[in-house]
Each structure stands twice: as C-alpha cells, then as structure tokens.
Design a protein around this ligand. Sequence first.
Ligand code: ZN
Length: 233
Amino acid sequence: MKIGIVSDIHSNLQALIRALAIIDEERIDEVYCLGDIVGYGANPNECVQLIRRRAKLCVLGNHDLACIDPAQAYYFTKPGRVAAEWTHTILSQENLEYLRSLPYIVLNDPCTLVHANPSLPESWEYVSSLQEAQKQFGAFTTSFCFIGHTHVPALVCEDLKTFTLKKELRYLVNVGSVGQPRDGNPQLSFGILDTDCWTYRNVRSDYDIRGAAEAILSNGLPRILADRLFKGV
Ligand code: ZN
C-alpha cells in the first residue's frame, strides 16, 4: 500500500491542490494528514473540505486548535494571531466541527500520527534536534511515527545512523509542510510511504506560490505571510 502523508497545509489551497495532484499521479491508496490544515493562509474552508474528502486519518494541529478557539493563539506571533482570528470568523460551522473532532494522536499500524511529538502531543513541543528526536522513540511502538509542526522535513532512525528503511528498525519522520515550508526551499513538501516495498520518499514540488500570496494579500492578511512563501522561511 502507498500512503501519502501531508502536514501543515495552513490554508494554502494552491499548494494542497498541487500535492493532491501528485498523490493522484502516484496512485496513492490512502492519505493521512498531520494537522495544521488552517492558519496563515487565505483558503481555510477549501482546505478543510479537501482534507475531509481525501484524508482517511487526520490529527489536530496547534493552529487548528487556535482557529477553533482564538484564545489558544496567545503565544503565536502577531501575524499568526491575526490569521487565527480571521480564520475563526470565516470557517463554516461544519468545518469547525470537523476540526473539533480531530484527535491529538492516531495509531494505525505501522504508523503513529501526531502533529508535534508523540511524548506530549498537547504540549506542541518541537522536535528539531537529533537529541529531541531520540527522546521520542520511547513514546511510540509502531515502525514509524510521522510528525510535522517544524515545517522542516527529516528522517531519523532509532539508531541515529541509518537512512534507508529496515524492517527491524523504527523511524521518526517529519514530512515537512505542504503550505508553508521553512527549510529555505519554497517548494511544497510531503511524504510517501510504501508499505509493500518498505520505502519512504520526501516529495518536493513547485506550486502556484504567486496565487497563494495574492490570495493572502487580497484578504487583508499580514504581508509577511505572503512574502515568506517565496523564500521558504
Ligand atoms: Zn504548522
């Protein structure tokens, strides 16, 4: 089975449409989503609807939570808070209900899915170093734990030195961000796991960044949210 794992879409419809087109070309059997469907970008309703239609499994992200309840955005940067408040006002009741229904963590062998980290999913603590990654292996039992949140793709094996998939080893995998990459590469990012061949691939692709940026500006959202998309920061 081929599984497409997307994360951190952040209301970027142009990026999500491109990622789903690649997923169709690749004949993916199932799509999983690691949260932050909304926040920052201009098309929250369209993105939630596409994920509702396409994702078999989905978990809650911190921006989804902040768009359900803007009081939860207290620790965000100002542009993030502005976007969360705006998103809250334009999300349909149906889409808000969907976001409210999302769990923090899902186990579906051989995968554990969580937005930030499996140790304390509700803490939203980042896993952004090898040491932090190493600590997470005690918090899941499946072969793979897929995470997002940092918007930086990475694959860490439990032995910290193997970069190919081996059945006897376990992996913490960050699939990167569909809608707001932050590793200096503005191309969208997501993952494909093939459980027959036991392979994992990080997919990068161009998409209509200009369209996504124009939609942010025409909805009166902070300019920095548009500008950063061109730089991948
Ligand atoms: Zn995010």
